[in-house]
Write a protein that binds this ligand. Structure first.
Ligand code: PEP
Length: 271
């Protein structure tokens, strides 16, 4: 059985309360959640990771060290060091006690990294970042999903297959065993319009089968999480799907009670 993962992407939000207060709040709620999970006979253990803006990593490290919550960054450089203004390397990230890193989030792909590059070239950049992350012992959460236009054109599987093939070509299928994939339809991110549980299941199952063609054992253990307008109201149904192993949560991760409720939904979604 795969252990569910709930990842909270704070994006570039500086919460109303200070980041310190929010981090402490996350910690307190995680402790309450742990107790709740232990008391619920059908609940299983889960992994939780949060992704604050990088300027709050030191605070995250100070507050969360020794707790069950992991933390990570929203991006990583494709290079080790040098003249890459504004970038942060995988070893620097590791130095802040991070275990995870988000790679290829659509907000980076669409807003900053396109520079007229085509999607295949972007996939190659994602693969380079992926290599840097795993070489530093970080767990990459690699995001992929189609735009509304591509969804309407029926290109979802093509887009996902292209990235998976690039990742496998660069690092081999076994490297995926220390990786998390996040299916994030771009049309569902921050829109309030989540994918249906059935659609998420269809795409996740396609992803697992694609990896299984190369390595069945890796495919079986690979965690594939869903992201795109997950809220406490729809989390249970989405996480109950057999190939959905948790979620990548944007907006709701800043509302600590909502986030905690979503985590609990993952804990009771045994499949
Ligand atoms: C995200 O940022 O990855 C995300 C899924 O955002 P939201 O939950 O707000 O749709």
């Amino acid at each position: 059985m795969r252990k569910p993962l709930i990842a909270g992407n704070w994006k570039m939000n500086s919460p109303d309360e200070s980041s310190k207060v929010l981090l402490v709040n996350v910690l307190v709620h995680a402790q309450l959640l742990e107790k709740r999970i232990l008391e619920e006979k059908d609940a299983s253990d889960i992994d939780i990771a949060i992704f604050p803006p990088s300027v709050y990593l030191k605070e995250a490290q100070e507050i969360l060290t020794g707790s069950k919550i992991h933390w990570g960054t929203q991006n990583v450089s494709a290079y080790d060091e040098g003249p890459y203004t504004g970038e942060i390397s995988a070893s620097m990230i590791r130095g802040f006690g991070c275990d995870y890193v988000l790679i290829g989030h659509s907000e980076r792909r669409c807003l900053y990294e396109t520079l007229e590059l085509d999607q295949y070239v972007l996939d190659q950049i994602v693969a380079k970042k992926y290599a840097k992350a795993i070489n530093q012992g970080l767990t990459p959460i690699i995001c992929i999903g189609e735009t509304a236009e591509d969804y309407a054109a029926g290109k979802t599987e093509e887009i996902i297959a292209r990235l998976l093939d690039v990742l496998i070509e660069h690092q081999g299928p076994q490297a995926l065993a220390q990786t998390v994939l996040a299916y994030e339809p771009v049309w569902a991110i921050g829109t309030g319009q989540s994918a249906t549980p059935e659609w998420a299941q269809k795409v996740h199952s396609f992803m697992r089968e694609r990896v299984a063609k190369h390595d069945a054992a890796t495919a079986e253990s690979l965690r594939i999480i869903y992201g795109g307008s997950v809220k406490p109201e729809n989390a249970r149904e989405i996480f109950a799907q057999p190939d959905v192993d948790g979620g990548l949560i944007g907006g709701a991760s800043l509302e600590v009670e909502e986030f905690s409720e979503i985590c609990f939904s993952a804990a009771v979604s045994t499949h």
